[in-house]
Structure formats: C-alpha cells, structure tokens
Design a protein around this ligand. Structure first.
Ligand code: KG4
Ligand code: ZN
Length: 359
C-alpha cells in the first residue's frame, strides 16, 4: 500500500501558465483533482511564435490566479498539500523562474518538500495520470521544443535512442503553418487543413530517412515547404494539398524511425513485448496516432497516447512527476532547484546539433 499524497504542480516553462492538484491514491494510481491551463495564444499569435519577455510577463500576471483556481476546483486547502513540484527546465529561463520561485516560496511557507521537475520527465510520465504502465517502455516525445526516442527505464532513468538533429517536430508544424499563413500554434491547424488535401500532391523530402538510426531531422522538409509556398499563389486548395503532403511526409518519417527505435528497444532490453508511449503536444495529432498504432501492432508494442488534455503542456504531469520523484526521495533544496534552459533526460546522450555532426 502506498502513502496517500497530494501535490501542487506548477508549469511555466513556455507559453502556458498552469497549476494542478494531483493525488497519489493508496493503490498507487493518480487522481487529477484539478488541472488549470491558461494559454497565451492571443499574446503570441501576432508574432507567429513565443516571445520570451511577453510570456514571462503573462506568467507573472496570471500565476497567482491560476494556483488559486486549481486549489478551489480541487476543494483542497493549501494546508492539505503534502508537497510542491514546479518545472525547472528545460525552457525559457525568464519563464521557468516565475513558476519555480512561486513553487519554492509556497513549499517553504508550508514547510513541505519541494521537487524541481524536468519538463520532459513530466511528459514522459504523463500516461501514468490515467493508467499504470510497467517499466521499461519506449517513449516518443514530440513537442514544440523536443523530438526524442527514449527508453524509460524508471523514474529518473532514461536512455536516449535518438533525437532531432535540427528542428523539433512541433516547430516544423508551427513553421509550416506560418509559411501557409494559417496562424499559431500551427499543429492543430495544419492537421485540419491536411484532411482536405491530396497527400500525394507534393513530393517532399524525408531527411536522414535511411541513416542516423532513429535520429530525426526536419529542417530540410521545412525548407522544401518554403520553396513550394514561394512558387505558387497561396489559394486554399494549395494550402490543403501542401498541409496534407507535409502531414503524410511526417507520418512516413515517424513510421520508419519508430520501427528502428522499436528494434533497438527490443535488442537493448531483451524484451519482445512492451508499451510504446507517444507524448508531448504533437501526440495530439490524430493522423500520427493512427499511423503509429499500426506500426505498434506490427512490432508487438502496446500503443499508448495520453488523453488530449495531458498531451500539451499542463501542470498535472508536473505534479505527478513530483510525486513519483518524492517517492524515490528525489526532492530538492535551494541549491538544486535552479532554472535550466538545457536539461537532457539522458545526461550521457551525445549532443546532436551543430556543424561536424556525423550520423
Ligand atoms: O508539449 P507542448 O504543449 O509544448 C512544448 O513542450 O513544446 O507542444 C506544443 C507543440 C506546438 O508546436 C504545437 O503546434 C504542437 O505541439 N501541436 C500539434 C498538435 N497540437 C499541438 N502538432 C501537430 N498536430 C496537433 N494536433
Ligand atoms: Zn511540453
């Protein structure tokens, strides 16, 4: 039997101000009592992307209210909280600092433990909010800032199999949307436009498809989209077709690279059967979900996608990662709880960006 625990989670790493109250029940499963996410889309859409100073100011303006709402909705009093978890990285330092400082202050005031959470670990463990998943499992983490294949061996124990050598997948969706003048954030709009187009209309490149293991690359694809947008007048049918061809190319790349990652996972873990988790904002994409479900079946993996509300940035996943770390006595103090712009889950993984990279 596990100890019943109630944690406050805070997330301010990018453009979402979020707070949540999550409980670990005595059977070890999670119960989300509240999860409040305030998106700053309105503030950033005129710039077609996140502006760090504007994001930080919005976090400062909203965070008190969001935490109060999370408490109110959960019907939990601050005095009933057993611990506080806040995202400490990776992300924009000016943004991270807002949530981290308020989280540390609340923990200090309550004299309760504080956990500085890696945002990527939040995404990695997010399926645990809904069901128990056995370690080790294979994870594809696809978000606005990251695209990685990892073996999740346990809490705080990760082996990176592959990562993007240039843009993140969410970034590629956002930039494609910007080039097609569809607005921000791009992922959901590109997905919607793609449904109306001909996926075979444009032949777009699939960078490093036959090399580099399960590492990923999207920069060449982005450039090809830019080239097409410059050639033809941008009427709606053109946009539908380019969005559909882009989505299809992404599906093909992820399919191939997932097959490679699954083979590597089986070889390294000596397991023939496991769970395949796809997490992060881009995991909301239905077409990607369908295509990767098929790959999973073929390779004897059980595909798992978090509920849409836990794919994008949220604080429930941060509270949950905080609880899981607290169970392992991985709590933080003033010296360890510092904001980090770069914070890989697998510290031994090679840095895969920059000139001279050999695949
Ligand atoms: O995980 P997330 O909320 O924030 C980061 O940690 O980066 O991911 C945000 C990213 C954005 O790039 C957004 O365009 C993308 O997730 N996204 C999608 C979809 N919904 C959100 N990409 C493709 N299809 C979607 N339906
Ligand atoms: Zn994220």
């Amino acid at each position: 039997m596990k100890k019943k625990l109630t944690f406050l989670g805070i997330e301010t790493s990018c453009d979402e101000t979020a707070a949540a109250i999550v409980q670990q029940k005595s059977n070890g499963s999670a119960k989300v009592l509240s999860s409040i996410v305030s998106s700053q889309i309105k503030e950033h859409e005129k710039f077609g992307g996140v502006v760090p100073e504007i994001a930080a100011r919005a976090h400062v303006e909203n965070i008190d209210f969001i935490i109060k709402r999370a408490l109110k909705e959960s019907k939990i009093k601050l005095s009933q909280i057993d611990g506080v978890a806040a995202t400490a990285g990776p992300g924009l330092i000016v943004c991270l600092t807002v949530g981290l400082n308020i989280g540390k202050s609340i923990a200090k005031f309550l004299n309760k433990p504080f956990v500085a959470v890696n945002h990527l670990e939040g995404h990695a463990l997010s399926p645990g909010l809904e069901k128990k998943i056995n370690f080790p499992y294979l994870l594809l983490l696809i978000s606005g800032g990251h695209s990685q294949f990892l073996i999740v061996k346990n809490i705080n124990k990760y082996k990176q199999l592959g990562t993007t050598i240039d843009d993140a997948l969410g970034e590629a969706f956002d930039k494609t949307a910007k080039m097609l003048e569809l607005g921000y954030p791009g992922g959901p709009i590109v997905e919607r436009f793609a449904k109306k187009g001909d996926k075979n209309f444009f032949k777009l490149p699939q960078p490093i498809i036959n090399k580099g293991g399960c590492n990923l690359s999207f920069a060449g694809l982005k450039t090809a989209v830019l080239r097409e947008t410059k050639k033809i007048k941008k009427n709606n049918q053109f946009k539908y077709n380019l969005a559909a061809s882009f989505q299809e190319t992404i599906n093909q790349i992820l399919k191939k690279k997932t097959l490679v990652a699954m083979s590597q996972f089986k070889e390294l873990t000596k397991k023939n059967k496991a769970t395949f988790v796809v997490a992060g904002g881009v995991a909301a994409n239905k077409s990607i979900r369908e295509s990767l479900s098929l790959v999973s079946k073929k390779m004897n993996f059980n595909p798992t996608f978090p509920n849409l509300k836990f794919c994008g940035d949220n604080a429930a996943m941060i509270a949950w990662a905080g609880i899981k770390r607290f169970n392992k006595k991985l709590t933080d103090n003033a010296n360890t709880a510092i904001a980090k712009s770069r914070w890989p889950l697998d510290k031994s993984a090679p840095f895969m960006k920059g000139p001279g990279l050999k695949l």
